[in-house]
Ligand binder design. Structure first.
Ligand code: AMP
Length: 471
């Protein structure tokens, strides 16, 4: 889900659903809790009791939005839910998902992970035809396309709508008697199927299945529509075949390390990146320190390959939330200090290899290098377990505009100077692909290569115009 008018891409969401269970709301609460890393701005859930859909949603994290009273009102046998990453603000609550409408086909609830690249043009067309929109999100376009279809059955109307949208979409849809999971033909975002006794479960990542004790069955295939109802499971594949373009950044940074997505253990993949990084850019050093939490798995791989001892030289405060109040008088680098603090005894006098998964704007990395130096490090060698990010993502990862991505306009040496490290090395593109089978054929690497699997309409998006000007 992406907000069409906010001028920025801000979309990293999680979806979860369960069909045929006595406590669907409570299990969906847990599922969304396990997927909290995919979005912390708002959460929502819709349950079905077979006759009506019930909705609850709100701004904040899962535990802020739902309490036992709200969950007990969400009655039924099935539920779908959504964790959303977006900005707060006036339109915040209205854009919360799942979206719920009443239509010719009855009530329909929809939760979306991904970005549509043709949402704005579809929306203008729909508005010209008389559609009135309530949200500013791209997801609502899908609902309008479904209800405006003249097809004779709901499933046909759904397929017709889905054939019109382009971009990244892992969707969970619910009517009073069905739950439907959909993955776009490129497979940008993950989506998995699980089983808990007689219940079927759908989730963005397997870590959500683990929490509720569900068994992982398989991934929803790119291009698959999986319909789950009282007759069982039925798959249809209506989309033209596409070369798969699963998001490699999900594996590098975004997904939880205990998940298995795209057939890969996220933790093992990151460990492999770290090993490869150590082979590609070894440096003589005393200690390998991860930037927690995103750099931990790669740093462990780096340490075991390089035989340099690993330790937690930076400690993260896990309780930093939006309620944090900064003192009026500015304290230097407070932002990063709130989150990270060095263990001076480990760092003092040492040559430190600092490992992180990526550099985006480089502002955090610069502060962390300074922090390690102030803690007494003799040398700081930054190692990044992915290639330089040179291009924004239009398919659902929250990256800034091209202009703000430091590697789009600076060489590695210039970035090294900016972050004031003694050395800086990124992992190569071959490196990130070498840790998966058939990497070139299965993954989208557009943020590192500018090779976008789907074109997008430059003229429609302000940030894309900027992108084009710089090309
Ligand atoms: P910076 O040094 O300011 O570029 O920040 C780098 C840090 O941002 C790394 O620790 C990354 O794990 C993290 N990061 C990478 N991609 C994203 C993203 N899409 N949203 C938030 N943080 C990110």
């Amino acid at each position: 889900m992406r907000c069409l008018y906010d001028g920025g891409l801000r979309h990293k969401c999680g979806v979860f659903g369960i069909y045929n269970h006595n406590e669907p709301a409570r299990l969906t609460y847990l599922g969304l809790y396990a997927l909290q890393h995919r979005g912390q701005e708002s959460a929502g859930m819709v349950t079905s009791n077979g006759r009506r859909l019930h909705l609850a949603k709100g701004m904040g994290q899962v535990a802020d939005v739902f309490d036992p009273m709200i969950l007990s009102r969400l009655k039924g046998k099935s539920a779908i839910g959504h964790d959303r990453y977006s900005t707060a603000g006036e339109s915040g609550l209205i854009n919360c998902q799942p979206l719920l409408i009443d239509s010719y086909w009855g009530q329909i609830a929809l939760a979306h992970n991904g970005n549509l690249v043709n949402a704005l043009s579809l929306r203008s067309e729909l508005v010209r035809q008389g559609s009135a929109f309530i949200t500013t999100s791209d997801t609502e376009v899908i609902l309008h396309l479904i209800v405006r279809s003249s097809r004779k059955s709901f499933h046909d109307a759904l397929v017709e709508a889905l054939l019109k949208i382009r971009g990244a979409f892992s969707l969970l849809l619910m009517t009073v008697d069905e739950m439907i999971a959909i993955r776009d033909p490129y497979g940008f975002r993950p989506l998995v199927l699980g089983k808990l006794r007689n219940s079927r479960v759908i989730a963005s990542e397997t870590c959500a299945l683990d929490l509720i004790g569900a068994k992982f069955i398989r991934e929803i295939q790119p291009g698959e529509i999986l319909i789950i109802n009282k007759d069982g499971l039925q798959s249809i594949f209506p989309f033209p075949e596409r070369e798969h373009a699963q998001c490699i950044f999900e594996l590098i940074y975004f997904a939880r390390p205990d998940s298995v997505i795209f057939g890969e253990s996220v933790n093992l993949y990151r460990n492999c990146l770290g090993r490869r990084l150590a082979r590609e850019s070894h440096v003589d050093a005393d200690i390998v320190v991860p930037v927690p939490d995103s750099g931990v798995s790669a740093a462990l791989g780096y340490a075991s390959e390089s035989k340099i001892p690993f330790d937690f030289g930076l400690i993260r405060n896990h309780y930093v939330g939006r309620t944090f109040i900064e003192p009026k008088q500015a304290i230097r680098d407070l932002g990063v200090k709130v989150k990270l603090n060095p263990v001076r005894g480990l760092i003092r006098g040492k040559k430190v290899v600092l490992v992180d998964d990526s550099i985006v704007r480089a502002t955090t990395s610069r502060k962390i290098v300074a922090m390690i130096r102030r803690a007494g490090a003799k040398e700081v060698h930054m190692r990044i377990s992915s290639p330089p990010i040179i291009s924004p993502c239009f398919y659902g990862i929250d990256t800034p505009t091209k202009e703000e991505l430091i590697a789009s306009s600076h060489s590695v040496n210039e970035i090294r100077q900016f972050i004031r490290a003694d050395s800086l090395n990124y992992l190569s593109l071959e490196g990130i692909l070498s840790c998966v089978k058939n990497g070139e054929k299965r993954f989208c690497t557009a943020c590192f290569t500018e090779k976008y699997p789907i074109d997008f309409p430059y003229e429609r998006f302000p940030q894309l115009q900027l992108f084009e000007k710089q090309k």
